[in-house]
Design a protein around this ligand. Sequence first.
Ligand SMILES: [Zn+2]
Length: 355
Amino acid sequence: MIRRFAGACALGVSAFVLAELPARGADTTERPVGVVDLHVDLSYQYNYQGRAFAEGTGQVRAADLERAGVVGVVLPLYVPRRASPVGARLEDFESSYAKVYGALAATSPYRLPGCIPRNGGVRTWLAFEGAGPLVAGGRSIEATGAPPKERLIAWAARGVRVFGPVHTFDNELASSSGDSKPTDMGLSERGRELVREANRRGMAVDVSHASDRATREILAIAAETGAPVVATHSNARALAEHPRNLADAELRGIAKSGGVVGVNFHSAFLTRRGNATLADAVRQVKYLLQIMGSEHVAIGSDFEGDIRPPPELGDVTGYQRLARELEKSGVPKSTVEAIFSTNALRVLCRAGVRD
Ligand SMILES: [Zn+2]
């Protein structure tokens, strides 16, 4: 929706966007397209898989980021159920945050989380991917004393810009696409309350793991609040029938909200066939463009999330290959740049957010 954001640009978002472009080379054609990836699971690899933050599994190596054109990444503070015998707890979010913050401070070229101008390096934002521990977790609720809404305010101040209520299993907030059953509950009362609060705090609500009903309910709330809805790492179900992907009606709903869908590089989400190729990623992007329009498609690779990407998109150096293929297939350069960074930045750093 262009009109929704006309005011935002006037308030300085376009200045942010210009500051994102990687340094120009001698020849304009050599300049990599700036990349903002809406979903990189480095926090999971670092906190729970014993990997070095600077290396991950090799998909997102800090040393590769600059030549790969990366100017920003969203890092979900994902906590697996196995984090404790009673599942993910609020204190697990706290320890994940503390470790990730420390790693970001110590690892070049990452910058600390938030919507401050880039001034070189790779900007970062944090996300929830399964926010159930905000309202559950046994002792942790009593230990902190703060009601869930107030906790959300504090997390927003820490740089959490994306609020994904649920992951692979139903939780206290919402039903999951990975756990769907005939009695899909959608959003719980608490879920509705926190989605509204996230909207109010400038966080984009993420439907990537939500069930179909929860997705529709989040879109309905966004239609009232005027906040953008995102699917940080999902694709079109029309091309790859999978509960993690989105039907056309939901894609249109996200576009109408002013939000974006980040194209996921996982083979099973790109195509019905087993092993996806770069051409399948191009096909997904072009289909999303056709359904949603050029302002609503972004990149959400899901790198470091145990994905099996096409060989050409095996690590961050693949972004530029995808950009080149899109241009070759007739997508205008300005649209490629929007897909790779400016659409995501518009949603992450929209005017009026409180940092
Ligand atoms: Zn995910």
